[in-house]
Design a protein around this ligand. Structure first.
Ligand code: BEZ
Ligand code: FE
Length: 289
């Protein structure tokens, strides 16, 4: 193929990748090429702008390592994570909605028993979290595995504090026979997503803030059910209407009740004010093979 111009380049590229053996890869790559080319033509992308774009992506790559995932942040602030999450998690009414995963999940978090304190020393006001995991028919799900993770009261996850020797504000536990669980932690606060890198600069240029409303992350897994990755957001808090990563669903907003010092629902004496959160999760049945 010679004499390819700004219009024929699209069919030339599609023809060049016409031998893609994997049908799904072909669908994805053909569509990507068509949309990328249409985008460049629509905005009449200049060489200087494209070079700037390459530089931006290079910086996103350079800052990314096993602790900092700038590509996830980029996908999140562009709304792509929420779009993919939404279209991959269409569930019957009554099931708990999914929302973005975010970059701070850690596999193999410490294991805890119900009633334990997963903050493990993270700073913040105490919070007792209780709830249940059920199926869509109301059935209690025993032994569901719950992963929970959250930031401290300065808005940092443990993985953002390399000086810590152990996990804080994250853990795994399992539901009891009656599908219920409870743990102690600290109260969630709003925090900005990491914004000292290229994605933060992009947000600034776009006139956007980097803040997320206060939330707790949950991943819930049980045999025979679809895995649920979601948050619980704190009602009445800041940024619920302007989450930097578009993760808020009204069904995921819950009341975190404040209590004065006294006896907590689990019978322990609290010497300082504390919060309680009660929240129930409903899982969808996994499709049969
Ligand atoms: C989070 O909630 O942990 C998160 C989600 C998206 C981007 C950054 C952080
Ligand atoms: Fe978070």
């Amino acid at each position: 193929m010679i004499d390819i111009d700004e219009w024929t380049i699209t069919s030339a590229t599609l023809k060049a990748q016409g031998g893609t053996a994997d049908a799904r890869l072909k669908t994805v790559m053909d569509s990507l090429v068509r949309h990328l080319h249409d985008f460049a033509r629509e905005v009449q992308l200049t060489e200087a702008e494209w070079s700037h774009g390459i530089d931006f992506l290079t910086r996103v790559g350079r800052i990314t390592d096993d602790k900092r995932q700038e590509f996830i942040l980029l996908s999140d602030v562009l709304g792509l994570s929420t779009l993919v999450t939404a279209q991959c998690n269409r569930r019957p009414t009554g099931c708990t909605e999914a929302t973005v995963f975010g970059p701070f999940y850690v596999p193999d978090a410490p294991k805890y028993q119900n009633g334990d304190d997963i903050s493990n020393g993270a700073h913040g006001m105490p919070c007792l979290v209780r709830g249940s995991v059920r199926g869509i028919q109301g059935e209690r799900i025993a032994d569901a595995r719950i992963d929970v993770w959250q930031s401290d009261d300065e808005g940092f996850y443990d993985v953002q504090r390399p000086e810590l020797g152990s996990a804080q504000g994250r853990g795994q536990l399992s539901t009891r026979e009656d599908g219920r669980f409870d743990f102690r932690s600290i109260v969630a606060v709003p925090y900005p997503i990491p914004h000292d890198g290229p994605v933060g600069q992009l947000l600034e240029h776009l006139g956007r803030h980097p803040w997320r409303p206060a939330h707790l992350h949950f991943m819930i897994q049980a045999p025979g059910y679809e895995t649920l990755i979601t948050h619980v957001f704190r009602s009445g808090g800041a940024y619920l209407d302007s989450d930097a990563v578009f993760g808020v669903r009204s069904s995921l907003i819950a009341d975190w009740k404040r209590h004065e010092p006294g006896v907590a629902p689990d019978g322990t004496r609290m010497d300082e004010p504390f919060y309680t959160l009660d929240h129930d999760f409903v899982l969808n049945k996994a499709p049969r093979d």
